[in-house]
Design a protein around this ligand. Structure first.
Ligand SMILES: NC(=O)C1=CN([C@@H]2O[C@H](COP(=O)(O)OP(=O)(O)OC[C@H]3O[C@@H](n4cnc5c(N)ncnc54)[C@H](OP(=O)(O)O)[C@@H]3O)[C@@H](O)[C@H]2O)C=CC1
Ligand SMILES: O=C(O)[C@@H]1CCC=N1
Length: 259
């Protein structure tokens, strides 16, 4: 995810490739990163990055955030903007290791950022400024769409759009399998399933119509869609999605509490 944001930073003009400096634990990961962003400088020292950064993006897993913060706590300069993309880790936890007044921002992106189609939400810490908000918006809009939300909503964002691509991939796989079962070749079924999801999502976004209105436009009286929808409702489709978002939201909060 951090690589996607680094690519976004270059695309949006926030930084040139040569201005980017990245750390990771292993040389292997850094070598892969250099293949994606040839001009980037790399190191295995987190504190080296922290010492030099104007904009410091923390892209480690929540479970290792405490260790990463410990690595950099003495190196972050007062003027540095610290941005975390970790699920669950709160603005308070992010700010705590640093000097009072350090500007921190929490962003929740999603993997479609890798192809410029991400959905991200962000919250500013108490010392972050309007200019910081503009910078973060510029960064996330280079990889998709960004929305400012109050921090208490970020775990819900994680349950919806952060984890959401995985629910949709599962739906595409399940639709494909179901179509194969009723006789379609897998290659065609997979393309039709993915394009149906993409097309329906684009209809919601581009028409601005409520999804229920769009659904009604597909549903002929006594037709095939009504039969399919009745089967979905009978099998708890809405409930399954509600439980997925709720479980992921709870897990995001848990990850924050244990970081
Ligand atoms: N994947 C997703 O869909 C999303 C993820 N996120 C959040 O993004 C964060 C990263 O997730 P993701 O990109 O999927 O994970 P990855 O495993 O792809 O990336 C994590 C990176 O952290 C590096 N790393 C591990 N330990 C350290 C350390 N101590 N110091 C410095 N670098 C370290 C790893 O390097 P190495 O390989 O060398 O160990 C690796 O490059 C998580 O906090 C997650 O909650 C947010 C939104 C969506
Ligand atoms: O599964 C996770 O924990 C991360 C956060 C959101 C998406 N992936």
């Amino acid at each position: 995810m951090a690589t996607a944001l680094a690519e976004g930073a270059v695309r949006s003009g926030v930084a040139s490739e040569e201005q980017l400096l990245a750390s990771a634990r292993t040389e292997d990961t850094l070598a892969q990163l250099r293949q994606r962003i040839p001009g980037i400088r790399t190191t295995t020292s987190n504190s080296e990055v922290a010492e030099q950064a104007d904009l410091l993006i923390l892209g480690v897993k929540p479970q290792v955030m405490a260790a990463a913060l410990a690595d950099i706590r003495g190196s972050v300069r007062p003027q540095t903007l610290v941005v975390s993309i970790a699920a669950g880790v709160t603005l308070e936890q992010l700010a705590k290791p640093f000097k009072r007044g350090t500007r921190v921002v929490r962003v929740m992106p999603n993997t479609p950022c890798l192809i410029g189609k991400g959905a991200a939400a962000f919250s500013l810490g108490e010392h972050a400024t309007k200019d910081d908000a503009k910078l973060v918006e510029l960064l996330v809009s280079a990889v998709g769409e960004g929305y400012a939300v109050p921090e208490y909503q970020l775990d819900a964002v994680t349950g919806l759009s952060g984890s959401g691509p995985a629910y949709v991939y599962t739906a595409i796989e399940a639709l494909t399998d179901a179509a194969v079962r009723v006789g379609l070749p897998r290659a065609v079924a997979s393309q039709l399933a993915a394009r149906t999801v993409a097309g329906a999502a684009e209809m919601v976004l581009s028409t601005g119509k409520h999804p229920a209105v769009l659904r009604d436009e597909v549903t002929s009286p006594g037709g095939t869609t009504a039969a399919g929808l009745a089967a979905l409702e009978a099998n708890g489709f809405r409930h399954a999605l509600a439980e997925a978002v709720s479980a992921a939201e709870s897990r995001s909060r848990e990850l924050g509490e244990s970081s």
